[in-house]
Ligand binder design. Sequence first.
Ligand SMILES: Cc1cc2nc3c(=O)[nH]c(=O)nc-3n(C[C@H](O)[C@H](O)[C@H](O)COP(=O)(O)OP(=O)(O)OC[C@H]3O[C@@H](n4cnc5c(N)ncnc54)[C@H](O)[C@@H]3O)c2cc1C
Length: 361
Amino acid sequence: MPDCIIVGGGVIGLLTARQLFLEGLDVLLLEKGPLGGESSWAGGGIVSPLYPWQYSDAVNVLAERSKKIYPHTQKTLFDETGNDCELINSGLFTVTDNQQEITDWAKTWSVDARFISDNKTIHEIESSVGKVVDKGIWMPDILQIRNPKFVKALKASFVHNVIPYHEYCEVEEIITNNNKVSGVRTKQQTLLADKVIIASGAWSAQFAVTESSVDVQPVKGQMIMYKGEPGLVKRMVLSEGHYVIPRKDGRILAGSTLEKIGFDKSTSPAALAELHQAAVELIPLLEHLSIERQWAGLRPGTEQGIPYICQHDEIAGLYIHAGHFRNGIVLGAASAELMADIILARQPWCDSSPYAMQMPH
Ligand SMILES: Cc1cc2nc3c(=O)[nH]c(=O)nc-3n(C[C@H](O)[C@H](O)[C@H](O)COP(=O)(O)OP(=O)(O)OC[C@H]3O[C@@H](n4cnc5c(N)ncnc54)[C@H](O)[C@@H]3O)c2cc1C
């Protein structure tokens, strides 16, 4: 019988289970598909919220901590498994004229954020940008991670450390007795544990254990990928919610849509056209590259983008770790540390109250 069952093998479940295991807990992670096959595979991997100054402190405190953790995580995963998750420092240029608010935010969080409005400097940062990139904030320290490689490295770390997990194992029910968790029921069997963590991404509201439940909704994001050459585009560029992310091997991602239409992962020609048009405005040379792939993922959406990292209000032993919305990668590492503090009943590294069930998310 494990100490703790984790339901969901996206980055949130993977990072949490790994952290708890490395701290000595017997864990078992259950995933209904392949590990990391949903939103965590589909995302862009920018290690910063888009427009972080628009988010609450509850989001920024996790983001800033994660930024510091990821280089260590990447190194450990590489040393353990030989898998490179391509954590690279490509920096992010955000088109905006909102200088004052950003300057205040950057000072509060000690982020290097430089307002730039002259064409020459902008082109020195990224020579391929189009006319719409005429002023904005340059943040040279923003990292990106390559999602499919990250989840692959995490999976390899599970194998390396012999962390127990089952793929293609859907949890159908969380078993409770007298307001206390006692395990989960899957199609195949009943598995007992005194602690269960719901880390089921966009599906986290499916477990109706009590009337009060988590408010997490699927928000579809579509993405396209161009086949380019290494170095053709060097920096991440963002304008009006559309962004371009150059990967190490020359591939270039352009995202993303925000669609609240339930559990639907289909892709559409309209989204492809929208993403392509916005990407070409940012980086005109993309007009001449072929689009290699289009995909969609379901973000675990919450109203304000603040995740649940907490014990369930009414059920002892049940925990929620979900609702990271657009920022599951950037918040994930710090969020897993906080969840581990809560599970292990030790002093949390930050104030955990904003992530409790009764708070607005
Ligand atoms: C297009 C797009 C772009 C994005 N860009 C970024 C970005 O640049 N930076 C960033 O930080 N974030 C980004 N995100 C968001 C980020 O990907 C998510 O916040 C993150 O992946 C959420 O991780 P998760 O583990 O909670 O969810 P998921 O990765 O969805 O994992 C949840 C897992 O739970 C499993 N599950 C569900 N129900 C059950 C069950 N009953 N039994 C067993 N398993 C179950 C699912 O199969 C799934 O694998 C983006 C997302 C998308 C879609």
